[in-house]
Design a protein around this ligand. Structure first.
Ligand code: SF4
Ligand code: SF4
Length: 290
């Protein structure tokens, strides 16, 4: 009997030149064995990255090495693609109940916990979608910075509800149509062009996918806001405002929550005072942080 639901999960037209992802036909929305390698990499380097930040050893070399490896994993094994998996998970939630669904959901909860502990290291350096946008933004062209902080929040919430509704009600994963898979599998198609346009936009606007579209980004922001470890100002700050001018997401202010901080380091690189910005937890002594 026709239920009115659209079975997009199993029949996605990737266009001519489709490339097989190893284990892609495994049932369920959870990751296949090879994709688990990417997810393990994500978990490991969120933790390693956090401790390198904490000890002040997260250098530019580490930053670019992580971005490079992450992008390569995106192209080679299409992982760790958590936003894409989230779309699949929601779109197939009704037909994939059971251990696989629980496993995938558990994996995501683990990343939410890591974000609550350490901030958005996953978004900053371990998500291939975020990493390609981060690298695109390094290209020296004029940058556009939206003046309103509330706009991305509203757009993100609306898109999140759209993705959730389309997935739960019609079993449609909207992220399929943004060409993420086609881009990272180098499958020339309409979707490939859509993601390429997003990438061109990210030359000028910082991480448009992360900030306006990504459903996980919307959730990560909620967990990153009360994060235990994040970038904080100390009493050494001279209020010169250079960090705020450098921050592409307007999160470098003293009172900003860092929910949208991608740990890009631009604020720290711009700061003229050693020790005015540190990464870590709040101390109990009022006004001092370490
Ligand atoms: S916001 Fe989404 S796409 Fe961007 S880095 Fe985070 S998980 Fe990846
Ligand atoms: S400039 Fe600083 S506060 Fe702004 S996103 Fe980058 S690391 Fe976070």
């Amino acid at each position: 009997m026709h239920t009115g639901r659209i079975p997009v999960y199993h029949h996605i037209d990737e266009g001519a030149g489709e490339i097989d992802i190893p284990g892609e036909n495994m049932p369920g929305p959870g990751p296949n064995t090879i994709q688990l390698v990417g997810i393990a990499y994500g978990i490991l380097f969120v933790i390693v990255g956090a401790f390198l930040w904490r000890s002040g050893r997260f250098s530019r070399t580490v930053k670019y090495a992580l971005l490079l490896v992450t992008i390569l994993l995106g192209f080679l094994i299409f992982s760790p693609m958590l936003p894409y998996m989230f779309g699949e998970l929601v779109a197939s939630a009704d037909s994939r109940v059971g251990a696989t669904l629980l496993g995938a959901a558990f994996g995501m909860v683990l990343f939410f916990v890591l974000t609550f502990l350490f901030g958005r290291h996953f978004c900053g350096y371990l998500c291939p979608i975020g990493a390609v946008q981060e690298v695109a933004y390094l290209v020296p062209v004029p940058k556009v910075r939206p003046p309103w902080k509330v706009l991305p929040v509203i757009v993100r919430a609306a898109v999140f509800l759209l993705i959730l509704g389309a997935g739960l009600v019609y079993s449609i994963s909207i992220l399929h149509y943004l060409g993420i898979r086609q881009f990272f599998t180098l499958t020339v198609s309409a979707g490939f062009l859509v993601f390429s346009v997003l990438l061109i936009i990210s030359l000028f606007l910082y991480r448009p996918f992360c900030r306006f579209i990504c459903p996980l980004g919307a959730i990560f922001q909620v967990f990153a806001t009360p994060a235990r470890w994040k970038i904080r100002r100390t009493d050494a700050c001279i209020e010169c405002g250079k960090c705020e001018n450098a921050c592409p997401t307007s999160e470098a202010g003293r009172e900003d929550t860092k929910g949208e901080c991608y740990l890009c380091r631009r604020c720290m690189d711009a700061c003229p005072v050693e020790g005015a910005l540190v990464y870590g937890g709040k101390t109990r002594q009022e006004g001092t942080e370490r």
